[in-house]
Design a protein around this ligand. Sequence first.
Ligand SMILES: CC(C)(COP(=O)(O)OP(=O)(O)OC[C@H]1O[C@@H](n2cnc3c(N)ncnc32)[C@H](O)[C@@H]1OP(=O)(O)O)[C@@H](O)C(=O)NCCC(=O)NCCS
Length: 176
Amino acid sequence: MIIYRLPTYDDYELLRDYVVEHYSNHETSISASLGLTNMKYEDWVDKITHNSEIGDEEWGKNYLYLVLDNDRLVGLLSIRYDLPKHHRDLYGDIGYGVRPSERRKGYATKMLKHGLNVCKEKNMTDVIVGCYEDNYGSNKVIQKNGGVLCNILKKEIKISNEWTINLNSNYYRINL
Ligand SMILES: CC(C)(COP(=O)(O)OP(=O)(O)OC[C@H]1O[C@@H](n2cnc3c(N)ncnc32)[C@H](O)[C@@H]1OP(=O)(O)O)[C@@H](O)C(=O)NCCC(=O)NCCS
C-alpha cells in the first residue's frame, strides 16, 4: 500500500539510502528533493514543515511528500499548489522522482495522479507540469494522466515541454 506523508527527523536513514542509490546510479541531482543534499537534514525537515504549514511569499505553501510502499521509500512528490503565477510556467505545479531500482513499475504515474487529487482538493482547476522533451518516461507519465501539450520552452540549452492537465475533465476518467 502506498502512503504519502511529510518527512520527519526519524526518516534520516531512509533518505540517506535514497540519495546513495541515486549516486550509485551516477545521478547527482535528486528530483523533487528541494535541496535535501545541500543542507543539514534537520534543517531540511524544518523547511519542508514550514513550507507545508506557512509557506512564503515567493513559493506559497507546498507539500513535499515521501512516497512509501510497504515502508520502502520509492519516490518524492512535490506539490506546489499555491505557486504565484510567474513561477508556474517556469517550475510547474508538481514535481516527482522515483528511485532508480523502482522505476518502470508504475509509481510515477500513481504519484502524479495523487498530486492532481491534492491540487483538486485545493480548488485548482488546472495544473501545469513541465519536463525536458528527451525525458521519455516523464512525458509518458504526464500523458497517462491526461496532459495536453501547451507550450515548448527553451531552458538554457535544453527544450522543455509544458503540459497542462484540466482537473475538471479528462484526468480522472483515466483508469490507472
Ligand atoms: C521519469 C520517472 C519519474 C518515471 O518514473 P516511473 O515510476 O519509472 O514511471 P512509470 O513506471 O509510471 O512509467 C510510466 C510509463 O512510462 C514508461 N517509461 C518510464 N520510464 C521510461 C524510460 N526510461 N524509457 C521508456 N519508457 C519509460 C513506462 O514503461 C510506462 O509506460 P507503460 O504505461 O506503457 O507501461 C523516473 O524515471 C525518474 O524518477 N527519473 C529521474 C527524475 C525525473 O526525470 N523526474 C521527472 C522530472 S520532470
